[in-house]
Design a protein around this ligand. Structure first.
Ligand SMILES: *Cc1c(COP(=O)(O)O)cnc(C)c1O
Length: 227
């Protein structure tokens, strides 16, 4: 698929140009491969991509397993970016090295329980809710610091920072500014939690201006979703 290589190259070039303009370090680019085939993930891997984002465990786990059947794919990192049900945590831990959607106490409890005996920690971002709609998922802004203290108590969860999806109720700049300020507050207590997982196909340029460390980009690279 020559289009895929072109879109990936173009997106990477846009990111690099904006980072140069802002005199900032390049973020981690996570290519969101949800609703796409394993073949697309393989092609991205061959093009040098090492970070893949998926939003549903039942889709991601078989994809991950099939992907790993052909050759040494241990360099690939799989990121779970969608809402995670507690009864899917065990399966999520089979493929995800980073969970971006830690958004509530019941999930934290289940994740801590299922990771406590592991040899290695997994990376988590606390997802915050920027909308007025509690069903959208995410920790309320004024609950973040308290929730972060609880996350820090879990032995094998490494708090990376904050994840957010711009709300569409406002400009992305307004939302990202809120997130950037929250991130400063979080880092005052936890300097290591300096990650910011913000920025998707429609707003990644803006997100770079507010300190995004992880971009989650789907359609701009993969084209329209297929399955
Ligand atoms: C699908 C998805 C993305 C990628 O969205 P695009 O607009 O296709 O770039 C990013 N983050 C989350 C949480 C998603 O579910």
């Amino acid at each position: 698929m020559p289009d895929l290589a072109a879109r990936l190259g173009f997106t990477r070039a846009e990111i690099t140009a904006e980072c140069l303009r802002l005199e900032r370090a390049e973020p981690t680019l996570i290519v969101v491969t949800k609703n796409h085939s394993v073949a697309l993930v393989e092609e991205l891997f061959d093009l040098g991509e090492r970070n893949f984002g998926e939003n549903r465990v039942q889709e991601a786990l078989p994809k991950f397993e099939e992907f790993n059947q052909s050759g040494n794919r241990s360099e690939a990192n799989w990121h779970l970016i969608g809402q995670l049900q507690t009864n899917k945590v065990r399966q999520a831990l089979e493929f995800a090295s980073t969970i971006h959607s830690l958004d509530r106490e019941s999930l934290l409890h289940e994740l801590s329980k299922r990771t406590v005996d592991r040899d290695s920690a997994i990376d988590v971002f606390i997802q915050i809710n920027l909308t007025n709609d509690p069903s959208r998922g995410g920790v309320e802004i004024n609950e973040l610091l308290r929730f972060a203290e609880q996350v820090k108590l879990a032995k094998n969860l490494r708090l990376q920072g904050i994840m957010a999806v711009a709300s569409l109720e406002h400009s992305p700049e307004r939302d990202f500014e809120i997130v950037a300020k929250l991130s400063e507050k979080l880092q005052a207590n936890h300097p290591e939690a300096n990650g910011l997982s913000i920025g998707m196909s429609g707003d990644f340029i803006q997100a770079l201006g507010y300190g995004a460390t992880h971009l989650r980009i789907g359609t701009a690279i993969t084209g329209n979703r297929q399955i």
